[in-house]
Design a protein around this ligand. Structure first.
Ligand SMILES: Nc1ncnc2c1ncn2[C@@H]1O[C@H](COP(=O)(O)OP(=O)(O)OP(=O)(O)O)[C@@H](O)[C@H]1O
Length: 798
């Protein structure tokens, strides 16, 4: 699929969008039939009649979005940029224009209506739809929301906990009055220029998001925190510039892919340009307007500099806004500008100035390029594999062309013995030179020399010790238990065979780590306890007993290696068979676990068992494959030796046809064996991955079974007074009188959401996020105060 965002034509796209109004100045604003040109005619009353004053201006743009719905606007403006961002191109959409011309409506839309949502929520929806479609890639999406107000940076999402921060957290505020709603000030927020020229904002929170709903939740949270104000031109005016950024990272699922893509999609709602006299502001509003105009004027200067090929310095650092947007204007970015105009006669001066800005922006060049990065760890793996393949190829080539002198595979035992013999003969002087044709052989020769030197040293030491009756000590301890390694392997195997035993694996160690720990403990234990089953504490004894007879399903118990035993009873009680079960007391945890497996946890238990069966099957296959691989390797060594032997024996008769046939047959066999080896080898990786995955599933099932048991145990088997305070309750077991129920207030929006499901695939996520933002707003507003935002109107104001 080819599209603008990915072809990267190198010029910014500029659209004009007009705010609908009943008194649209049709005589003065003419939209030509090509849908791309706007002509502005000077009103007769205002024409100054001078020689230089033109009576009309013509602006050629990429499209005029007049009376178009939000959906149509997004299709023209946003869709391609978003697709580009998912393919690794940086993308920016900016809304610019006079105050009240519809920038926020275009960028965010109304948060109450799914149909009238703007570019940001639509972009979020498209990103997650595409992520779901592109199943051959793994995506990660993070977002940030920055506000530039009076040339100060604010994190609009700092009210939320949990994201990554690049700056240290601010000092703890002293006790005092409750702060007003909105983001807490983050003194650490600062623009940083990294080596290589990349601009980052220290302290701006980055929020990982997994779904459209999560992202919208954050968008609406940020909207709550934006600084809004009312003035004569707009009741609900954004007094700041806002930059909503999606940071997208993707990598191919294929194991051979070592690169990943990282792109930024910046969606910018600029504050409105305004004539100070017309907005009627004073004090705070006037100060804000001065800052807004100043930063927009710097933006314009920056854009003019970007558009001028003779300029080698671009004044990005003049304002926080341009500095933050350094890589979002031109550069390697797909940039789209929406110039919002308010087409009433009284607004003609502002309209003209917006259109002039738009046409200047159109001449800014950009060079979009994919932001591809190499993952060093994966690259090393790929290169290692390539070296292995090349080595194989070299050795085959050498065998076929030069008669197989040089070898690039590890040396066989026979070859090592041959070299050892050569080294010995060389050392005792019966051999003039050692013939070496590969680096591996050279290394082997060196290690044979080292061995020879070490042996010589040993001999000298032994002689000396005999002479001076020296006794060598300290070796006995090391070989105290030669079977230990084997036992470890066996124990490890049995660990895997073992049935789930209550809470013993939750939070504990796994596999080899557990065995090592046990071995260490066994060493540390007093000698009288030894390794005898049952000699230690009951639980310890039981655990060991279980190992010696893996077919008996052990009851759940706390392993001795678990850091915090959850239940004293299980730790200290004698084994079940030692104490008769008291009918008037609750069953032990071990018995309860058996019961749980037969009742509430039966499904999970069955799943665990079948997963384990699959795991065992896969392991057996892997084992078989390993054996076949070893056999193939041995066959190759034998066949290579046959070839050598044949050449050695028939060296002088090489020209004879019969000898050649035999040699060809031997070499052919060797080739076939190598192919078989490679086939087995290729299967090994996927087989190992399968085993790992099955093991992962088994582990998850275990953990799930245990955690469900932990929830089930106190509620099902103990009387209510025995339920520990704060003990968890499994949803299915909650008594009806304790079940959580939705209040009227909660239920109503749910019904509302249900009824709106038909509006579109993302409507439910949109309304869910909206509902949550309303709740947050309500909970933050001090009692008795009015909402801090006014209802959004769809009608033009008078
Ligand atoms: N295309 C449109 N369709 C319907 N209503 C619109 C449209 N454009 C703007 N409006 C309405 O006009 C009003 C002002 O729009 P908005 O707040 O988006 O302007 P703005 O350019 O962001 O202003 P400011 O710079 O002061 O923040 C809002 O009530 C909005 O709903």
């Amino acid at each position: 699929m080819d599209s603008w965002g990915r072809k990267g034509k190198g010029i910014m796209k500029v659209f004009v969008r007009s705010r609908p109004t009943a008194t649209f100045a049709q005589e003065l604003i003419e939209i030509l039939p090509d849908g791309k040109t706007v002509q502005i005619h000077q009103s007769k009353g205002r024409r100054c009649g001078g020689y230089h004053a033109p009576s009309s201006w013509c602006f050629q743009l990429d499209g005029v979005l007049h009376l178009l719905s939000q959906e149509e606007v997004y299709a023209r403006v946003g869709q391609e940029v978003v697709l580009g961002a998912l393919d690794g191109y940086n993308g920016t959409v900016l809304c610019f224009g006079q105050t009240g011309a519809g920038k926020t409506y275009t960028m965010t839309g109304t948060t109450e209506s799914y149909r009238q949502r703007g570019i940001i929520p639509r972009a979020v929806e498209q990103v997650f739809q595409e992520v779901a479609k592109r199943s051959d890639h793994i995506f990660s999406v993070q977002l940030s929301y920055l506000e530039v107000y009076n040339d100060t940076l604010t994190d609009l999402l700092s009210t939320l906990a949990g994201p990554q921060h690049l700056a240290p957290r601010g000092p703890v505020p002293p006790p005092g009055p409750v702060p007003p709603p909105g983001p807490a000030p983050r003194p650490g927020l600062a623009l940083m220029e990294e080596p290589g020229g990349r601009v980052s904002i220290r302290g701006l929170s980055l929020h990982p998001v997994q779904s459209q709903e999560e992202a919208l939740d954050l968008l609406f949270e940020g909207e709550l925190n934006r600084i809004m104000g009312a003035h004569a031109m707009n009741n609900h005016s954004s007094r700041s510039h806002c930059i909503f950024t999606l940071h997208i990272q993707s990598r191919s699922r294929s194991l051979s892919g070592t690169t990943f893509l990282r792109s930024k999609l910046s969606l910018v709602d600029l504050a409105g340009s305004e004539r100070l006299g017309r907005t009627g502001g004073a004090g705070q509003t006037l100060r804000e307007a001065t800052h807004i105009n100043k930063s927009l004027s710097f933006l314009e200067q920056t854009i003019l500099a970007l558009a001028d090929p003779r300029r080698d310095h671009i004044p990005f650092r003049h304002s926080k806004l341009t500095h933050a947007l350094k890589h979002s204007l031109g550069g390697n970015c797909n940039t789209v500008l929406v110039a919002n105009i308010y087409g009433e006669e009284t607004q003609m001066d502002e309209t003209l100035s917006t259109l002039r800005f738009a046409s200047r922006m159109k001449s800014v060049k950009s060079q979009p390029s994919i932001n591809q990065h190499v993952d060093p760890a994966l690259e090393v793996k790929r290169l290692q594999k390539e070296v292995e393949t090349l080595r194989d190829e070299l050795s085959i080539q050498n065998l076929l062309v030069n008669g197989g002198g040089a070898r690039y595979q590890p040396l066989s035992e026979a070859q090592q013995a041959e070299l050892q013999d050569q080294v010995q003969r060389y050392l005792d002087g019966s051999l003039e030179a050692i013939s070496v044709v590969s680096v591996r052989q050279l290394q082997e020769v060196f290690s044979q020399f080292r061995l020879a030197v070490q042996e010589q040293e040993q001999r000298v030491k032994a002689k000396l010790s005999q002479t001076y009756t020296l006794v060598e000590r300290g070796r006995a301890d090391d070989s105290a238990n030669p079977k230990e390694e084997d036992e470890v392997e066996e124990e490890e195997e049995e660990e895997d065979e073992e049935e789930v035993g209550g809470s013993r694996r939750v939070g504990g160690m796994t596999g080899r780590a557990r065995v090592k720990s046990k071995r260490k403990k066994a060493k540390e234990a007093p000698p009288s306890r030894g390794k005898k089953p049952g000699a230690a504490s009951p639980v310890h004894g039981k655990a060991l007993e279980t190992r010696s007879s893996p077919r008996i399903h052990p009851p759940p118990q706390t392993p001795e290696d678990e850091p915090d035993p959850p239940d004293q009873e299980v730790q200290e009680a004698p084994p079940p068979e030692a104490e008769p079960i008291r009918t008037d007391s609750p069953p032990t945890k071990a018995q309860a676990f058996e019961e749980f497996k037969a009742s509430g946890g039966a499904g999970l238990h069955r799943l665990l068992r079948s997963n384990k069966e699959v795991l065992q099957e896969r392991r057996a296959l892997l084992h078989l494959l390993g054996q076949e691989l070893n056999a193939a390797k041995r066959d190759i060594d034998a066949a290579a030796e046959d070839v050598q032997r044949h050449r050695h024996a028939h060296g002088r008769l090489r020209g004879s046809e019969e000898t050649q046939d035999v040699e060809e047959a031997l070499v052919g066999r060797l080739g076939a064996l190598r192919t078989r080896y490679r086939q087995h080898h290729d299967q090994l990786g996927p087989a190992r991955a399968e085993v790992r995955y099955c093991q992962h599933l088994v582990d998850r099932c275990r953990v799930r079974l245990l955690s469900e048991f932990e929830s089930w145990y106190p509620n099902s088997l103990l009387s209510p007074r025995e339920v520990p305070e704060g003990g968890s309750i499994t949803p299915g077991l909650v008594p009806p009188d304790r079940s959580p129920s939705l209040g009227d207030e909660e239920r109503r929006p749910c019904e509302h959401v249900q009824s709106r499901r038909g509006e579109g695939p993302g409507a439910v996520a949109f309304y869910n996020a909206h509902r949550r933002s309303l709740r947050r707003r309500k909970s933050r507003r001090p009692p008795g105060t009015l909402p801090n935002t006014l209802p959004t109107t769809l009608l033009p104001f008078a």
